[in-house]
Write a protein that binds this ligand. Structure first.
Ligand SMILES: Nc1ncnc2c1ncn2[C@@H]1O[C@H](COP(=O)(O)OP(=O)(O)OP(=O)(O)O)[C@@H](O)[C@H]1O
Ligand SMILES: [Mg+2]
Length: 323
């Protein structure tokens, strides 16, 4: 879908902002670019719609080298949410959203319908907000407009550069949910820049961690958590653990266990992970497993304990199996 092959960018003055970067973004996924300030995220993103041209390497979109494509067509097919909100202040919300549909000359009726549909999608009543100016909206509402504006022309690809960074935690959480739902519904390919690891783990199907213009590691959230490539990745992820990889013994209730009466088939080692225990449960006719440390019975762990545990750890990490 989007493919970088050995791409570099050297700015005038010699800064190598992006250094030999290669990755593939699959159709219909959220691909997160993350890394410390100045590591080259925005530069990488802007090379996709040629707001910045690469110095070396090849970028392909739909298997076509973007250098060979008509630049206007390329951009119309790519929605872009900027790092700073940039609504046109003198234009109404409707006009702001309709910029690309107007450019690609959709009939007025189709544009009107699309604007209302998009406003509803992010929970803003079209009748109330359509004809307002941006400064008559809260920061969070403006940011929502910035997001849906990128969707207006129905592009295949959406680039988002830290779209929620200026928001308070609650609006941010809300918009993350919106984007996740939206992407699941409309299956757009999204390249999402952030330097917030929680956001990356929550939204990304794949995460590309960058440092000093280079890719350090690419993988699904669970892969990064389970197999960080080096100390930098580990540090960046913090002491966050994959809840699915936790030992099943940590889920045992506090009180001392009663005598075990289960059949031997439903035994599990206290060293097994939550993921392994769940797999075993699925193949068992029982609702719980007897946890053994060596020969010693430690207690039962069943669907109930696992569900409660995962809810506590808000484990929606992709890569984990679901109940
Ligand atoms: N137009 C430019 N001319 C020269 N150097 C630039 C230009 N744009 C960016 N840079 C440099 O390239 C490097 C990468 O910048 P970039 O904006 O891609 O970083 P970023 O990862 O998006 O950072 P942030 O998280 O702060 O937004 C930085 O060292 C920056 O100073
Ligand atoms: Mg940036």
């Amino acid at each position: 879908m989007i493919e970088f092959a050995n791409v570099s960018k050297v700015f005038n003055g010699g800064t190598k902002a992006v250094n030999d970067v290669s990755f593939k973004v699959k159709e219909g996924e959220i691909f997160v670019l993350i890394g410390p300030s100045g590591c080259g995220k925005t530069t990488t993103l802007k090379m996709i719609n040629r707001l910045i041209d690469s110095s070396e390497g090849t970028i392909r979109v739909h298997n076509e080298n973007i250098q060979d494509m008509n630049i206007k067509k390329l951009r119309w097919n790519i929605g872009y949410v900027l790092q700073q909100i940039a609504l046109f202040p003198h234009m109404t919300i409707k006009e702001n959203i309709a910029v690309v549909p107007e450019l690609i000359k959709w009939p007025q009726e189709k544009i009107d319908k699309r604007v209302d549909e998009l406003l509803e999608m992010v929970g803003l009543d079209p009748g109330t907000y359509r004809d307002r100016k941006p400064d008559e909206l809260s920061g969070g509402q403006q940011q929502r407009i910035g997001v849906v504006r990128a969707l207006a022309g129905d592009p295949d690809i959406i680039l988002m550069d830290e779209p929620f960074s200026a928001l308070d935690p609650i609006s941010r959480e809300q918009l993350q949910e919106d984007i996740k739902k939206l992407q699941e519904e409309i299956k757009k390919t999204v390249v999402f820049v952030t330097h917030d690891i929680e956001e990356a783990l929550k939204l990304g199907h794949h995460i590309c961690l960058m440092k000093d213009g280079k890719v350090v590691q690419i993988g699904a959230p669970a892969e990064l958590l389970e197999n960080p490539a080096d100390e930098f990745v580990k540090e960046f992820l913090g002491d966050r653990k994959d809840p699915w990889a936790e030992k099943v013994s940590s889920l045992l209730p506090d009180e001392a266990p009663a005598e075990h009466t289960h059949t031997p088939a439903s035994k599990v080692s206290s060293e097994a992970t939550v993921r392994e225990a769940l797999e075993q449960l699925k193949h068992s006719s029982e609702n719980s497993l007897a946890v053994y440390e060596g020969e010693t019975y430690k207690g039962d762990v069943g669907y109930k304990e696992i569900t409660l545990y995962l809810e506590r750890n808000q484990s929606t990490l992709k890569g984990g199996s679901s109940l």
